[in-house]
Design a protein around this ligand. Structure first.
Ligand code: FES
Ligand SMILES: [Fe+2]
Length: 357
């Protein structure tokens, strides 16, 4: 059982106060965010510093200098070491203090050991495992083959939301909220057909209509010119693959939301949109270098749409959070059983983890 006294049964049952199951890979940054400077992030109340060592490898340590408890992320990277901004103590990627600039001849290096987190750089993102390091190799990070595949054009937008992550997953799994999106509308008229649930994922199948059809090479212009869009039926499948989210709309679009819960009222996520070029076999015969050029050139084509969707969703989720904080006793009315499944999965992952530790 848990040793954390704040995790009472009532807290664990209230989905808005549920923690995370740390024994999964979370996305904490884009690869491009970690350059020559250290980057401080927070993953579920844990300040963590990421930096690239001299070989380009990502290292991740708790963001705390053991000397005076200030953030190491204010410091500098020198070779394979992270040097604290305050007195210049240096730490290696394993979290050991390896140099103190003013160490006297008769003094030894402090034997402090910072917590180190398993970390991977994959598909353009930094993935971090905040749980038991012994389990990190047994639990694979979410696979995103479309990121590198030449047949997919990617766009990425960052979602920053002052709300518990459960509000985000409910929003992503409840396709009836398309009503909100108006000019950014991607799908319409969803009807929930079926839900499948396991211990670590939910798959919800909707029949819907899509505004987009990628069957001509210039179809991507539909992202910018609403008049080119025409509603047509498509299956819409959304999946909560704990702790992340995937969706497909027909064969043309894939969406993915990589989640970084920060604390009980803050969540960051990366929303990725993939446009498929699978419908163009002639394109696939072109030289790989040209296809890579095309993929790179079209990267970000859906950025504007993604950012518009995020603005509208964040407004709603933050209002839900504020309403909850002011009146936690108020019950909401729910007609979409997918939302009930999302809450059950969040509770089971959080309570299952704490009960097993
Ligand atoms: S606080 Fe980091 S070196 Fe002193
Ligand atoms: Fe939305």
């Amino acid at each position: 059982m848990t040793t954390d006294p704040s995790l009472t049964t009532a807290r664990l049952q209230d989905v808005r106060q549920c923690g995370i199951n740390p024994n999964h890979w979370y996305v904490v940054a884009r690869s491009t965010e970690v350059g020559t400077q250290p980057l401080g992030i927070v993953l579920w109340q844990q300040p963590i510093v990421l930096f690239r060592d001299a070989t380009g490898q990502i290292q991740s340590l708790e963001d705390r200098c053991p000397h005076r408890q200030v953030k190491l992320s204010h410091g500098q990277v020198e070779g394979n070491r992270l040097v604290c901004a305050y007195h210049g103590w240096a730490f290696d990627g394993a979290g050991r203090c390896v140099a103190v600039p003013y160490l006297a001849d008769n003094q030894k290096l402090p034997s402090c050991q910072l917590r180190r987190y398993p970390v991977r750089e994959q598909h353009g993102f930094i993935w971090l495992f905040p749980g038991d390091p012994a389990l990190a190799e047994l639990v694979p990070p979410l696979d995103l083959p479309e990121w590198d595949h030449l047949n997919y054009i990617a766009s990425v937008a960052v979602l920053e939301c002052q709300a518990h992550y459960s509000f985000l997953l409910e929003n992503l799994m409840d396709m009836y909220h398309g009503h909100l999106h108006q000019e950014y509308q991607v799908w319409a008229n969803p009807v929930l057909q079926e839900i499948q649930e396991t211990n670590d994922r939910i798959d919800a199948h909707y029949q819907a209509q899509s505004y987009y059809k990628i069957d001509q090479i210039w179809s991507i212009a539909q992202l910018f010119i609403p008049a080119l869009r025409q509603l047509h039926p498509e299956p819409l499948q959304v999946s909560y693959v704990y702790p992340h989210w995937l969706a497909t709309l027909g064969n043309d679009f894939k969406l993915c939301c990589l989640v970084c819960p920060i604390h009980e009222t803050a969540t960051r996520a990366y929303l990725i949109h993939f446009t498929s070029l699978n419908a163009f076999p002639d394109l696939h015969k072109l030289p790989v270098a040209f296809r890579q050029f095309l993929k790179n050139r079209l990267f970000g084509s859906a950025q504007h749409v993604l950012e518009g969707l995020i603005r509208q969703d964040v407004l709603m989720m933050e209002e839900e959070q504020q309403a909850y904080l002011q009146h936690p006793e108020r019950r909401s009315y729910e007609l979409n059983r997918t939302v009930i499944s999302v809450q059950r999965l969040i509770r089971n992952q959080a309570t299952g983890y704490y009960r097993s530790t």
